[in-house]
Design a protein around this ligand. Sequence first.
Ligand code: AVI
Length: 329
Amino acid sequence: MNLSARAVRRPAPRNLFVVDLAPRTESFEREVAAGLSRSPKTLPPKFFYDQRGAQLFTAICGTRAYYPTRTENRILVQSSSEIAAAIGRGAVIIEYGAGEIDKVRRLLPSARPAMYVGLDISGDQLVRASTALALDHPWLSVVAVIGDYHSELEAELTLPAHARRIVFFPGSTIGNFEPDGAREFLRRVRALVGESGGIVIGVDLQKPVDVLDLAYNDPQGYTAAFNLNLLARMNRELGADFDLSAFAHRAFYNAERARIEMHLLSVREQRVHIGGRVFAFAAGETIHTENSYKYTPESFSALAREAGFGLQRMWTDPAHWFGVFFLHN
Ligand code: AVI
C-alpha cells in the first residue's frame, strides 16, 4: 500500500504504517518565547504531551476525581452498537489525539472499519498503542500519524477513495480549543470527511462546580504534576532554569466563560532564563496553561451548526455529565 511519501517506519505488524509529521523543536522554543512575552503569560496546552506528560495524563484519566474518562467510556460501551451503526461498516476512522487508542476499540467489532488512522503528538505512546491495535486486529489497516491537529492529513496520506470518512474525537479535547478555534477545527473536519462523512465527538458538559474543581485538583496530585511538567519540559528541552518548587498548580472553574482554567502561579518574584532570554515573574503572576470549556447540549449543537455540521444524535449518561455527539454534513 502506497500510503504516504513520509511513511518513515513500518515496525513489526505488517498492517501498521507510521507517518511522522511532528513539528520540530524550534516551534516549541518559538512558541514558548512568544507566550512568555505576552501579558498575561500563556503557553499552549499542546506542549503538555511529551513522554512524561502523556504518562501523567493517563494517570489523571485513571483517578476517581477525573470523571470524564470513565463517563465517556461507559457511554461508548452502552451505546456502542448505535454509534457503530451511525458510523457504518467499512469506513475510514480518523482519530485525533489518539493517545492510548483505547476508546475506539469499543466500536471496532461492530463498525468493522477498513482503515484506522490515529493522530497524536506523543510519538512513543502512539507507536506503542498503534502496534498493539494492529496486532489485536490483523484485519485492520492501522496508520499512526505523529503530528498535531494542524497536520494536513489530506496532503500527506492517500486515503481509500470511496470509503466513508468518520473522524473520532473523544475525550472532550474540543474543550481545550477556544470557541473560534473549535469552529475552525470542525470546519476543517467537514472538509476532510466530505459530503458523506461525519464526526463522533466527546464533549464534557456543564455540571456542579465542586465536581469540576475536584476533577482538575485530584487528591493524588497528578494534575498538578502534569501542569508543572511543562516547566520541567522547558528545563529538559530548552535548557531553561525554572525552579519547580517556586511555582504552584492552580485550577478553577470560571463560570462566566464556562471553562476550567489552569495556571502555573509564581510563588515569589523571580527571573527565569531560556535560551539566552530572561523572563521576569512577579510574585502571584501566572502562566495560563489551559482552558477546558464545558458545554451544554444546546451550546455545543449551536457551535457545530456554526461550523456547518448538523447534529444527528447525542448519547449521554444518566446525570448528563458528558455527551457523545454524532455530527454529519
Ligand atoms: C485532554 N483534555 C480534554 C483534558 C481536559 O480535561 O481538558 C486535559 C486535562 N487537563 C487537566 N486535566 C486533564
